[in-house]
Structures are given as C-alpha cells and as structure tokens.
Design a binder for this molecule. Sequence first.
Ligand code: PFF
Length: 486
Amino acid sequence: MKELWQSRTSFVLASIGSAIGLGNIWRFPYVCYECGGGAFLIPFLVALLTAGIPLMVLEYSVGHKFSKPAPLALGNLKKGFEILGWFALLVGFGIATYYAVIMGWAFNYLGYSFNMAWGDNTQGFFFDQFLKISESPMQLGSVQWMIALGLVLTWIAIVAAIWKGAKTVGKVVYFTVIIPWFILLVFVARGVTLPGALEGLKYYLTPNFSALLNYRVWLHAYSQVFFSLTIGFGVQMTYASFLPRDSDVVNNAFLVSLADAATAFVGGFAVFSTLGYYANQTGLPVSEVVRSGPQLAFVTYPTIIRMLPFGSLVFGILFFLMLLTLGIDSAFSLVEAGAASLIEKFKWKRINVNIGFAIVAGLIGLIYTTRSGLYWLDIVDYFMNNFGLLVVGILMCVAVGWFYKHEEIREYANSKSDFTIGRWWDFSIKYLTPIVVGALFITNVVDRVKAAYGGYSRIAEFFGGWLVIIAFVVVAVILFKKKGRT
Ligand code: PFF
C-alpha cells in the first residue's frame, strides 16, 4: 500500500527538510565565499528562478501525476528514462556517503564544544589533530576512529528516524525543520551585533559585476541550487508521489524553493557577519580570513564561538546541534526515496533496504574518515554536483520537454494548483534550462580535459570522479534491466 502524507504540512515540511540542510549552512557559505561573496548572489538568484523552481515544478508534477517513485515515474514518460531515475538516486547516494561523514564531524564537534577542545588554533586542530590530514589523496593513512564513530552514529540516527516510513517522517520533520530555524535566527542575531559584522556583510552583499563574466561562478550557482533544493536526486519527485490526489503542486514548489533559498540567504548573514568579526579581530581582510573550502564551518565557527564575548558554550552546542538536525532530514529523504523505488520495483522489505543502505553507504563513507578523507570528499562532491546533478537536471528537461507532451505536465500541475504557471515554464524546461546548464556543463568538461580538478592528480580525479560516474551509469542500467516483481 502506498503511504500518503498525513497532511499537506507534513509533505511540505518533509520536502523543505530535504532541501534545507548542510547545503545551506555548510556548502552555500563556502561556495559563495570562494566565488567572491557578493559576486555569487546574482547568479544564485538567476539559477533559482530559471532552473531551480521550474525543475521543482517538474519533479513534483511528474511524481504526483504518475504517483510512483522517481525511476518508475520517469519510466512512464518513456521507458528508457527509468535509467535516469536510478542514476539520479545513485548520485544522491554518492552525495549521502560524504554528507553523513560531515554529520559525523558535527557529532564530534558537538562533543568538543562542551570544553571547546579546539583551542586557539582551530585550523591546526581541524587539519592536524582531528583529520590528521595527509599530503595527498593517494596517501590514505588509517581510518580515524572518532570520525568513523561519528559516521556510525549518524547512520543509526538516520535509520531510526525513518523506521516506520512516511508516518514517522511526517512527525520527525516538525522538529528537524523548526529547531534549526530557531537556532539559525539566534546565530544571525548574535552575528550581526558583533563588532566588525558590517565589513563581513559588505563582502556578502556588494555585487561584483565583473565576476559575472566568469563561467565558474555560474556553474557553482547552478550546481549549488540543485544541491540545495535536492533537485536531480529523485527525492522531490518521489516525495511528491506520496501526496494525496487532490494536493496542490505549484504552490508547494514555490514555497519549498523559496524557503530553501531564504534559509541560505539568511544563513549567509550569520556566516558573513561572523567572518567580519573575525577579520576585525585578526586584522586580515574578510576575503582572506579563512582557507576556503569544505572546512569553513569547522574552522571558522569554532574560532568564532571561542571569540564570542559571552555564551560560547551554549552557542557552540547549539551550532553543532543545528548542523545535525539540518542534515538528518536531507540524508533520510534520500534513503526514503531510494527505498521507495526499490520496494516498488523489486518488492524488497523496507527494513532490509534501509539497513542495507546504511551499511553500504557507511562502509563506502569510511574512505572519507581516512587521513586523506577531506581530499576525496572534495573530489566526489565536485563530481556529484557538476557531473551528476547537472546532467540529471538537463536530461529531465529533455525527457519532459522533448520526449513527452510538456503542455500536459503543465496543465496537470495547473489543474491541481491555486495559482497556475504559464508558458514560460515550457520555455524554461524545453530550451532555457537545458541550453544554459548544458553550455556550463560542456565548458566544464573542456576544463577537466585540460587539467585535473582542484590541482589533484589525474589518478585521484579518476577514482573519485570519473570512475564513480561510470559505475553509477552501469548500476543504473542494471537496475533498469533487472525484472521487477509484481
Ligand atoms: N538539499 C540538501 C542540502 O542542501 O543540504 C542536500 C542533500 C544531501 C539532500 C544529501 C539529500 C541528501 F541525501
């Protein structure tokens, strides 16, 4: 029997919960920082409006119309597109393998925040004591057991949260969405009242028009929108398939997309105001206060927490608690979507699928707990987003815009919704999104042919990037070909 959300609110909260996650507080700030702060906001907004929202409408409408999880819903458009659905879920799976590790770091840091174990030198603590980072990706080194323990705890928490399917999810998300928002507001309030905050906010909010000429800023903006809205994972489509028949589609798509973008934007105030404070204390310009990258939250925040005039203990605990509650409903949305798809097609048992998922993802995740884990995380993150999500996004547009009657999907969405979408949606799905994202994608491929990503070796790039993508394509085809049980 199909599980339906018990109310529109539980669906919207679950969908928002999937969207709002570490992407808003951990990824958005460092991508934005690396792209030059204010330079990023315009492309981000453009990507949200031209690709994010139209694709959210697409995912919801297709999921809802066919009332099936992503691979099978896409298979209804045209049989072979089922492969795309499995590939999307596998890309999501690839993301979840390292996402859970970051939550594992957060578990450790939650423990550290009780005595601010990171001390004065937070960069040194994070890289040398916590990660014990090696020289290069190929120098794996041993597993760091505390990080691995954090990873195990994370997967246990994820599986526990969805033990009973949509029924429990509908309840859990009330907490995992509302608590982080509350904590985030506390951080913003604290951040913007710190000395120097204004400098940080200037960096964040002053547009830099010359950066708009750099294709990489646009590439990062689009992939960040996909990551952040959980688009191209097969998750939103599957979640929408659980909705009762008479539910609204368009309103919900706008609501969830805008809530997610607003959270990232508001989160930016907390991050950049505190970076301004940091600049003020260290005498460095805002653009140089941190070694940018995936470590931003774990180097800067502990520093900031320590430098706070008062309440360090409480703010430290709240911050890492917030990361965990933000991350969990994103991670479990992927497990839910994967499980729903496998159960629907192969009639596997939910408990087995959930536990199997956690074990496989956890074991793969051990790679990121080795001494070279951060390098692998960086490479896999780059490939999953730019070569995974973007490709899924383009192909979903092609599937609906070119191989199906896109008007029918729009009319379906409109027939369910209070406020309706016009032909601009068709234009966006058929031409705008695939052309713009396709062009960015091709430019990026050319870049990768010229040089390996991020200065890593070709061999590391191959194992962390290309091989993963190839493996996912193969597995997607196998899942498609394998006969389902009826
Ligand atoms: N939308 C999530 C975020 O912004 O953090 C990303 C995500 C990661 C969703 C992993 C689902 C997932 F399994």
